[in-house]
Ligand binder design. Structure first.
Ligand SMILES: C[S@@+](CC[C@H](N)C(=O)[O-])C[C@H]1O[C@@H](n2cnc3c(N)ncnc32)[C@H](O)[C@@H]1O
Length: 277
């Protein structure tokens, strides 16, 4: 059978080129690409490489490395990151927030950070629960951050195809979402009052974190899984420093913080609480 990567007009990524990208991606965003990811990486960049008229992955690499262009680098990052998410993903977390965590915070200002928010489904799921449990007029807000500018722009828009409403509880869909009409038919929009509670900002978790104040709850879900052990430890430490004493840190169901920081005590599977200041 012919090797599809060698068909005429299809640019092939050599192992040496993959090595270059591997290093750059790890250095820029901390994501460790195992050799098995070569086909995924070359596939995700293939179209852009054609658009830019590059004859090889090495030629495109020059557009995004240290001497390249910051805008093109961001486009490459947007293409390389895995952004899978959906509303109320890993529902047990949201059950715990609705039934235990948020009720315990009633009556005071509450700050939440969705630290790898992708296209916004996670921060808006949080906002719906907060409006419900804490009250639509109570002082609370959600900071949504990601490395991908393309994802942040989708999050800011807050307009989603109707199929994405599948996991939104019907009562929340009715209360917080507007059905699109005319050219927006088939879409729904998060209502303005909710959108205004969610602000977006680019944060690279692999870098020193910016000044952003302290949070009652940080969602760090399905992102540290892409980091190597050293970076994972550094990110967990840096993120936990952004928690108020007694604040909660939630990671994805396939992620664990066991042995990472003595400040964080497990209170439920993948939910941790900060004990000290
Ligand atoms: C699989 S999504 C997880 C989305 C959401 N937290 C969830 O659990 O559904 C992972 C997100 O992490 C972001 N990401 C990857 N590396 C990052 C980094 N170094 N800093 C910040 N975000 C990063 C990606 O852009 C992507 O949107």
């Amino acid at each position: 059978m012919a090797d599809v990567l060698h068909l005429p007009g299809v640019v092939h990524m050599s192992d040496a080129e993959f090595g270059q990208y591997q290093q750059l991606v790890e250095q820029l965003i901390g994501i460790h690409l195992a050799p098995i990811k070569k086909a995924m990486l070359s596939g995700r960049l293939a179209r852009r490489i054609r658009e830019r008229g590059c004859a090889s992955y090495a030629e495109y690499f020059k557009l995004i490395d240290g001497n390249g262009d910051a805008q093109e680098r961001q486009i490459a990052i947007d293409l390389i990151t895995t952004n899978e998410t959906y509303f109320f993903r890993e529902p047990k977390h949201f059950d715990a927030l609705r039934d235990t965590l948020f009720p315990s915070l009633r009556g005071r200002p509450v700050r939440v950070w969705s630290a790898a928010c992708s296209s916004g489904e996670e921060p808006y799921s949080l906002a719906m629960i907060m409006a419900d449990v804490l009250g639509a007029d109570a002082p609370w807000d959600v900071l949504a951050s990601d490395i991908s500018m393309r994802m942040l722009s989708t999050a800011r828009r807050a307009l989603y195809p109707m199929e994405r409403a599948h996991h939104v509880p019907p009562q929340y869909l009715k209360r917080f979402c507007l059905r699109g009409t005319a050219e927006y038919s088939g879409y729904f929009l998060l209502e303005k009052a909710l959108r205004e509670r969610v602000s977006t900002v680019q944060v690279n978790l692999a870098n020193t974190l910016p000044e952003m104040g302290k949070f009652d709850l940080i969602m760090l879900r399905n992102v540290i899984i892409y980091f190597d052990a050293h970076l994972k430890r550094r990110v967990i430490q840096a993120v936990s420093e952004k928690l108020k004493p007694g604040g909660w840190l939630v990671v994805g169901h396939s992620e664990s913080l066991i042995g990472h920081t003595p400040d964080l005590i497990p209170v439920a599977p993948t939910i941790y609480r900060k004990v000290s200041a």
